[in-house]
Design a protein around this ligand. Structure first.
Ligand SMILES: NC(=O)C1=CN([C@@H]2O[C@H](COP(=O)(O)OP(=O)(O)OC[C@H]3O[C@@H](n4cnc5c(N)ncnc54)[C@H](OP(=O)(O)O)[C@@H]3O)[C@@H](O)[C@H]2O)[C@@H](O)CC1
Ligand SMILES: Nc1ncnc2c1ncn2[C@@H]1O[C@H](COP(=O)(O)OP(=O)(O)O)[C@@H](O)[C@H]1O
Ligand SMILES: [Mg+2]
Length: 282
């Protein structure tokens, strides 16, 4: 394996694009977050709000019918489209043209959802982040990887990674198998952990921000929203992944003296995104 490239502030400033003075919401990108199921609509609320607070101009959530009021009330800035089914996604069909899609948070593994995901992948080539249950569905249906567009970003935690690539006996083998998976499928893999590595074929990027405060429910869902937002704002997929992971960790580093580890929750990541961005602008 090549020596990982350490992603520090200098590397980020090479990639970060400050906002243009005369931009408007129509130029800032439209992100679509697809996911949720009965009891796990919060995952979509978190990803959607994170997408907005990362700078996207418009964000739409696609959720089962039971999520309609939850998303609208928790995030009035979000637009919502609902599936025909009350509790799970059964047909992922929409009449809009997002610049990027994040799919999987809270989505569940219902057989109808699995079929809907298959049909959605067959018909979509929009830049995409695949996370959580959408990754698990791919792991259970490995041949569907052929439907995933090149340069798609996958964001597995260690268990999701194991489901996708199989068990490993050493860290070296984990990297070897992940790199091979990235090369064969032409996808970018964000190997979430402490620390997080982003794998783009043979190139490995090591993130340098973040701390144990991030070990809290929904923090991966927030990361999906952040990276989807950057993709929608026209960052190249690998840069969106690297910058998104860096910003996500930076929020926890900035917050720590104020929140401590224990009281930091996934919504705190979203709350501190502003300070994370501001620290890049000085
Ligand atoms: N508010 C909401 O709506 C929320 C909704 N959510 C949604 O729930 C769905 C299920 O997602 P999920 O990740 O909780 O379940 P799953 O894939 O079975 O993985 C869990 C297993 O993986 C392991 N594991 C995890 N991290 C690890 C690590 N760093 N290092 C090592 N191991 C690690 C760990 O294994 P263990 O250590 O227990 O053996 C654990 O048992 C998904 O759609 C998600 O979006 C959540 O985001 C929460 C907030
Ligand atoms: N101890 C830790 N140090 C740094 N980052 C962590 C730590 N624990 C978790 N994280 C980060 O938090 C996120 C957890 O993602 P995930 O397990 O998908 O959460 P969820 O599914 O609950 O949203 C990842 O980005 C991971 O890198
Ligand atoms: Mg997750």
């Amino acid at each position: 394996m090549n020596t990982p490239i350490s992603i520090d502030r200098n590397e980020i400033l090479k990639r970060y694009e400050p906002i243009a003075k005369h931009t408007h919401k129509g130029l800032q990108g439209h992100a679509l977050i697809i996911g949720g199921s009965y009891g796990k609509i919060g995952a979509v609320c978190l990803a959607g709000k994170a997408a907005l607070k990362t700078g996207c101009g418009l964000v739409t959530a696609f959720v089962p019918e039971c999520g309609y009021q939850i998303v609208q009330i928790s995030n009035p800035e979000l637009m919502v489209i609902t599936d025909a089914d009350e509790k799970h996604l059964s047909d992922i069909d929409f009449d809009l043209k997002p610049n990027a899609i994040g799919i999987g948070p809270g989505m569940g593994l219902h057989t109808e959802t699995q079929k809907a995901f298959h049909d959605f992948l067959s018909n979509t080539s929009v830049p995409m982040v695949i996370d959580a249950d959408a990754l698990n569905i791919l792991a259970y249906n490995p041949s569907w990887m052929a439907l995933v567009s090149p340069r798609t970003i996958l964001t597995p935690h260690p268990k999701e990674l194991e489901r996708l690539i199989g068990k490993w006996n050493s860290e070296a083998e984990m990297f070897q198998k992940t790199i091979a998976f990235s090369l064969v499928n032409q996808v970018i893999i964000v190997m979430k952990g402490a620390p997080t590595y982003t794998i783009d074929g043979e190139t490995v990027y090591l993130n340098t921000t973040g701390n144990a405060a991030l070990a809290t429910a929904g923090s991966g869902d927030v990361l999906t929203g952040i990276i989807t937002s950057l993709l929608a704002q026209s960052y190249k997929p690998c840069d969106a992944a690297i910058l998104g992971v860096y910003l996500h960790g930076l929020t926890a580093d900035i917050a720590l003296p104020e929140t401590g580890y224990q009281s930091f929750v996934a919504s705190s990541i979203i709350e501190y995104l502003g300070k994370a961005y501001l620290s890049l602008d000085v």
